[in-house]
Design a binder for this molecule. Structure first.
Ligand SMILES: Nc1ncnc2c1ncn2[C@@H]1O[C@H](COP(=O)(O)OP(=O)(O)OP(=O)(O)O)[C@@H](O)[C@H]1O
Ligand SMILES: [Mg+2]
Length: 307
């Protein structure tokens, strides 16, 4: 499993920077190896919704699919990690992916923007299949923002510079405009007063919020979060979940790997339970958490509920 830890080895694609002002989404992908960034734009309208303790009502563009996985298979050597995965995430939908360790959750996320190639099947983003390589891939991949367990902020840049880097470098946006927007985003995630600091001077929760703000600077169509709170000290988990809940309520399309059931209940329309490389169950959070259908899911839930 590939887990990006703060200060650890960097992946080929370091991160994707995203943004969510109402209306358009735009993303920047940073290719660490080539130090190139890519950008794109477009996205759904955003709408408020209520507290939504089970299946929040929200505008999902009439169920228009944004991310579609069709019969996706992926092996790591002999290991069949994704087995005939079929998943549709509509515009504006929030899907929580949950399941035991090694079940393929991260691999699925990484396959969605081709950080991992798939062996067979299709992954479509807004109706287009992800190309295997080249400029087209960079363009499509840029529509997908990704927030990992670790924050992957540039250590030698201030928080403000981390957030403005994508817009300035990729979108060729002016410094002043980028900084204004960055400050709005930092304010929105509650760390405007940390803008001039360096990442190491921030707490883990603040760094993760900075990473989200950096993502928010670029407006992707969909945000993938892979266990964004699991590296955090417990007292910092909620401050990050609150930011994510806000994004969800504003209509961001999100795929979130997390075991935070409160978040799932609050923000998600759908829970996908993955185990052994398969999607075992797909249901509303309320149904899933109170009335899981399979023994596999019941067993998993009994374990996490006792923690
Ligand atoms: N780069 C890799 N090379 C070989 N095997 C891998 C690689 N990445 C993941 N795997 C294997 O694929 C399987 C699925 O891993 P994955 O990281 O997707 O699971 P996960 O559901 O995200 O688990 P966790 O909850 O622990 O994060 C595991 O058996 C893992 O060991
Ligand atoms: Mg994982």
């Amino acid at each position: 499993m590939i887990t990006l830890r703060h200060g650890g080895p960097r992946p080929t694609w370091g991160f994707v920077i995203v943004s969510v002002p109402r209306g358009n989404f735009r993303a920047v992908a940073h290719d660490v190896k080539s130090d190139r960034m890519t950008d794109s734009e477009g996205g759904p309208d955003l709408t408020e919704d209520g507290p939504g303790d089970s299946t929040p009502e929200r505008a999902t563009e009439g169920g228009r699919p944004l991310v579609v996985a069709e019969n996706v298979n992926k092996h790591f050597g002999e290991l069949h990690v994704l087995k005939d995965i079929n998943l549709t995430v509509n515009f504006g939908e929030v899907v929580v992916v949950i399941g035991p360790s090694g079940g393929g959750k991260s691999t699925l996320c990484r396959s969605i923007n081709r950080l991992e190639p798939i062996d067979s099947g299709k992954i479509l983003l807004d109706g287009k299949e992800l190309p295997k390589e080249g400029k087209e891939l960079a363009k499509l991949r840029a529509d997908v923002g990704m927030v990992f367990q670790s924050f992957n902020l540039f250590a030698h840049k201030t928080i403000l510079d981390n957030v403005t880097l994508g817009p300035i470098k990729v979108r060729k946006q002016g410094k002043q405009e980028s900084e204004k927007h960055a400050m709005e985003l930092l304010d929105r995630v509650g760390i405007a007063n940390q803008a001039q600091k360096y990442p190491a001077q921030l707490s883990g929760g603040q760094q993760q919020r900075a990473a989200i703000a950096r993502s928010l600077a670029m407006r992707p169509k969909v945000m993938l979060f892979d266990e964004p709170t699991s590296a955090l000290d417990p007292e910092m988990v909620n401050e990050v979940l609150d930011v994510m809940t806000g994004l969800a309520r504003e209509g961001m399309t999100m795929i979130v790997v997390t075991h935070e059931m409160g978040f799932a209940r609050r923000a998600a329309q759908k829970v996908v339970f993955m185990a052994d490389g398969q999607i075992v169950e797909e249901n509303t959070p309320n149904e899933f958490f109170t009335n899981a259908r399979t023994d596999r899911a019941k067993d998993f839930l009994s374990k996490i509920l006792t923690h």
